[in-house]
Ligand binder design. Sequence first.
Ligand code: G3P
Ligand code: CA
Length: 242
Amino acid sequence: MNQHPFMAIAHRGASSYAPENTFAAYDLALEMGAQHIELDVHLTTDGQVVVIHDDLLDRTTDGTGPVAACSLAEIKALDAGAWFEQAFAGERIPTLGEVLGRYGRRAHLHIEIKGQTPGLVPATLGLVRQQDLTEHVTITSFHLSALEETRRLADELPTGWLVSAIDEAIVADTLRLGLTQLCPRADIVTAEMVNDLHGRGLVVRAWGVGDERLMRAALEAGVDGMTVNFPDVLLASLADRL
Ligand code: G3P
Ligand code: CA
């Protein structure tokens, strides 16, 4: 299944060096040469799709409480950069529409359906179609129901299931739904697993690559891609292997 270029995916942007899921992190990832970026989405009370990882605002903004309890105007008033480093003060939580518009033709976007608010999946897919970016997007999620909904509403899009374990039932669900990728946590990846999944026609892309040791182990195992917070290190390692 290694017929496509390796997917070196900047996880929440170059998030080791800039506040995750902000323009600063995505701009830096592209400057480093990344051609793939990952982002997490939630829905606001007024039906807008916003790019932030946690259910709560507390860790990555100067706000508090659930993202899903805020309007877009409330979200946009928050600072999403100062928590990381004062130099990034003023960064805002982007909308998915803004991220698609700014990066959708310069990178492949791996959109993770993180929130569980009804309406998030159709709103996300609607924005992708509105900007004519179906060839530049993969939809991922830990929630199988979100992937089922994606398959039902937009079966032209690649889909990846984020999992922490792989067994026959998980592979069977993946194939039954016509998902294109299985995305195992890096610390469970083995070459045997990758070979087996490739043999079943699946793309294998790792997540949870917390350090260079895991990154190298996943590369050795033959994965088709991975998310990392340090795309510069992964890209340098890939260049060394050529
Ligand atoms: O690559 C997928 C990865 O983003 C899943 O974990 O917690 O960072 O969303 P998380
Ligand atoms: Ca994510």
